[in-house]
Design a protein around this ligand. Structure first.
Ligand SMILES: Nc1ncnc2c1ncn2[C@@H]1O[C@H](COP(=O)(O)OP(=O)(O)O)[C@@H](O)[C@H]1O
Ligand SMILES: [Mg+2]
Length: 270
């Protein structure tokens, strides 16, 4: 093994506009192999745009991006072989059972022993009991887990999950989180986008906040927390939540200084 493996994802100076609308103004970040990275941003911040560029579905106007060591613009085919992409809306066949969906994809990908692969994936995502049921009877969380399982066919080293839990109820969200944690345990690199602060807090080794076209903060949750002093409420000391940090940094520099300085002092329920 080479002493220095390239990072799973390296993004530098990425820019993208849709006609007059400038979405990315120079985005930089890096994702270590085998880690979970959360790209956090409000609706419309440009998260899907980043994911589309990284998965070669869209060309950047400027900047470079490398995935699994391959350049997205000059080595697109190699990038595509290295990744899987799960979009915001589950792409599973309703009429088939979960197991049949998995077998179908394994066959399409010409993998050996499709049944065996299907059963292993069902087990990994706790879908063994419901594997033979039609997908139309699945809950939102089960569907999304099946979708993630399908995207793992062929064991890609890098997986993109674009808002994997948007629209799911809290219970289903936790189910999906478990699935994502399992992925990273096995060494897969996960880049997920989310608008949910708690999701980034629960899952990610590193978090980057995308705001107005740039990464405005990047670090571990502990590092992000250090951006704000711990809140002091009488005798109780409380660490700022990611939510506190998020709103403080996106409001920073705006005429909302009072809000920023008070962030973290609220004695929120844990
Ligand atoms: N194909 C497109 N043509 C024009 N505008 C687009 C297109 N795709 C996205 N946008 C706009 O770009 C901005 C960023 O979109 P997107 O990357 O989907 O954000 P996010 O995923 O963070 O919600 C939004 O304002 C969106 O409306
Ligand atoms: Mg999006």
């Amino acid at each position: 093994m080479p002493a220095q493996q390239p990072p799973a994802i390296h993004v530098e100076g990425l820019e993208k506009s849709y006609k007059d609308l400038t979405v990315l103004r120079g985005v930089d970040f890096e994702v270590e192999r085998g880690s979970i990275f959360a790209l956090l941003g409000s609706n419309g911040a440009g998260k899907t745009t980043v994911v589309k560029i990284l998965s070669t579905l869209l060309k950047a106007d400027a900047g470079t991006a490398r995935v699994n060591g391959f350049d997205v613009s000059t080595q697109a085919a190699d990038v595509r072989e290295s990744i899987s992409l799960t979009g915001q809306f589950a792409a599973v066949d309703e009429i088939l059972s979960g197991r049949e969906n998995l077998i179908l994809v394994a066959r399409l990908r010409r993998l050996d022993a499709p049944e065996k692969i299907a059963d292993e994936l069902l087990e990994r995502f706790s879908l063994t009991d419901t594997g033979s049921r039609r997908v139309s009877t699945y809950s939102g969380g089960m569907r999304r887990r099946l979708d993630i399982a399908m995207s793992l066919m062929g064991d890609p080293p890098v997986i993109f999950l674009d808002e994997p839990t948007t629209g799911l109820d809290p219970e289903a969200r936790i189910e999906v989180w478990e699935g994502v944690k399992q992925l990273a345990k096995r060494g897969t690199t996960v880049l997920l986008t989310t608008q949910y602060l708690e999701e980034a807090e629960q899952l990610a080794d590193r978090i980057s906040i995308l705001h107005e076209g740039r990464i405005i903060v990047n670090g571990t949750l502990a590092e992000l927390r250090q951006l704000l002093p711990p809140a002091k409420v009488e005798y109780v000391e409380k660490q700022p939540t990611l939510e506190d940090v998020f709103f403080a940094v996106i409001n920073n520099g705006k005429n909302d200084a009072a809000k920023v300085s008070s962030v973290g002092t609220t004695n929120k329920e844990q």
